[in-house]
Design a protein around this ligand. Sequence first.
Ligand code: PLP
Length: 389
Amino acid sequence: MSGNGKREKMLPYGRQWLDESDIEAVLQVLKSDFITQGPAIRTFEQKVADYAGARYGVAFSNGTAALHGACFAAGIGRGDEVITTPLTFLASSNCVLYQGGTPVFADIDPDTYNIDPRQIEQKLTSRTKAIIPVDFSGQPAEMDRIQEIARLHDLIVIEDAAHSIGAEYQGRKVGTWADMTMFSFHPVKHVTTGEGGMIVTDNETFYRKLLQFRNHGITRDPQELTRNEGPWYYEMQSLGYNYRMTDIQAALGISQMNKLDVFIERRRRIVSIYNHELSGIPGLELPLQLSETKSSWHLYVVRFLPEYFEGSRLDIFEQLRNLNIGVNVHYLPVYLQPYYQNLGYEVGICPHAEAYYRTAITLPVFPEMSDKDVFDVISAVKDIPSRKI
Ligand SMILES: *Cc1c(COP(=O)(O)O)cnc(C)c1O
């Protein structure tokens, strides 16, 4: 830092961590016979499924495609309602629209920022088909209560775990709770394949549907064919897409998975420094840590209560950015996006999510951050002018 506390280079809010072993793994595939849908895909799928405690994994070209596949496998179509949270990346509800279904937004719990099971119950109708909870910031949603609601009303649960690979709820890994669980391997997430995603599931029917969906709806499995005209023969049995991941990406993913626990450990360490150093600042709300969840800390979100600070949230954001602290805001509630507004979703349907949005700022957390980086963030936050009351 120079005299005014400005870093020389922008510290991003998140980024990948690649080392020589990752690069070597990719080079090996490039020199092999298969660069797409070869042996690395199966190995990667099994590795992620084993890690998450699920039987099957199906890799996709990205997490959004994986969510689309899950909606297809769940049979979501026109007229079906799917309950999800407004406090998420667009993909969690766009995947419902892709299938012709209707996303229904249930408000967040104002303390955990995750979808509130009581709000889910209020949004149930005879057309509700599924729930898509999101483990916001890496802290699992209330999966026991969500599963209970789903069992009572015969709903399918698709957990958007883009933020939460490696996290635990009541001592059980994310991946063991929902009917289908989605992981993303975008570079800001815990482990990366460049672009990539996966569904893990214990359900063989979902597994088979997902495999078809990512490959145009095609099967070659003799058990599934309606007839067999010869060794060349395959059948398209449903309308799928080309959502395949390449072996190049899968090899990177396998190599990254070897380091996942180290990455999460480092994220938890950074968060414990933040929690220790930032506690006690009037008007600064730190993330709530519940005893039944073990977060894997994709995001560290703090809230600046307006009555305690001189500037607005925008002023605070710009002050931090001007010091090259790469803060961010996650997220504008999905239904406030112009596209959703045009679909007829009204302002005010989820007041807790809207109130959250007005005061939240995401501080940088990623495993390659040095302790010095962490303390640069801390001193920048401590320098934000408070209001003299
Ligand atoms: C990143 C993300 C996704 C989508 O993942 P991509 O791999 O970028 O398609 C979905 N949901 C949430 C909450 C995410 O953060």
